[in-house]
Design a protein around this ligand. Sequence first.
Ligand SMILES: C[S@@+](CC[C@H](N)C(=O)[O-])C[C@H]1O[C@@H](n2cnc3c(N)ncnc32)[C@H](O)[C@@H]1O
Length: 251
Amino acid sequence: MRDYPPLISSFGRRRGRSLPAHKLKLAEELLPLIQIEMPQTQIQNLATVFASVAKSAESSIDPALWLCHPQDDTIYRAFHLEIGFGAGEHLAAMAAANPDIGYIGCDPFFNGVGNLLVMIEEQTLSNIRLFVDDVRLLLPFLPAQSIAHIDILFPDPWPKPRHHKRRLVNQELLSQLATLQPAGATLLLATDHVDYGAWMLEHVLAHADYDWSSQSHADWENPPDNWVQTRYQHKTTLQGRKPLFIKCVRH
Ligand SMILES: C[S@@+](CC[C@H](N)C(=O)[O-])C[C@H]1O[C@@H](n2cnc3c(N)ncnc32)[C@H](O)[C@@H]1O
């Protein structure tokens, strides 16, 4: 694995108010069953698992070994990744609607994880794995060409120019994501922030591995079919801000 320079933080905080008792209980009991854990020992195991699977099987991931939780022997037809799932409503809805897809959710914000755990418990969702940290720590350990779809929905916009370096979407991230996606795979970027939207588009258009093929306003003003609003989107829509959906294809 190559060495990465220290990461510039792209998120605001890891914790908010203390969690109510039920969410704390889920964090203690349910989270360990579905969590992709740091520290490095487990994540290195994960890399070893993927490396051996990649050598031995045609499909890029052996579901029985899926993200170090061998008790799950479901055969998934694809794997999707949501980066920065916030309170998790979009991730939970996607996982409920597509039980034959394995979902990896990444977000370091623990209170959002608490919300998502409640939905996972209530809907008995078994096709979600969580990485409760900066996604950029996980990406180097995922196998090449293994992720059919990636969502980055309403990432923190970091509007001040001196904070632009904290924006998650940049050339380096797109390059890392591109190695994880096979040709024809999709990446969805959404934002309600005009300047970040222009920034995202510039970065996608300048990137050799992704195409943005929108033909009309309708393409970028509307979400994909069967869309479930995120919490952040709901709030900003109430404030009159229009989201922009940048639908990219890996070529
Ligand atoms: C503005 S919130 C949007 C949350 C959610 N997608 C929504 O639309 O409601 C951005 C989220 O991205 C998460 N985030 C920021 N940087 C991240 C990173 N490097 N890895 C994973 N999540 C990140 C933050 O913790 C936060 O929960």
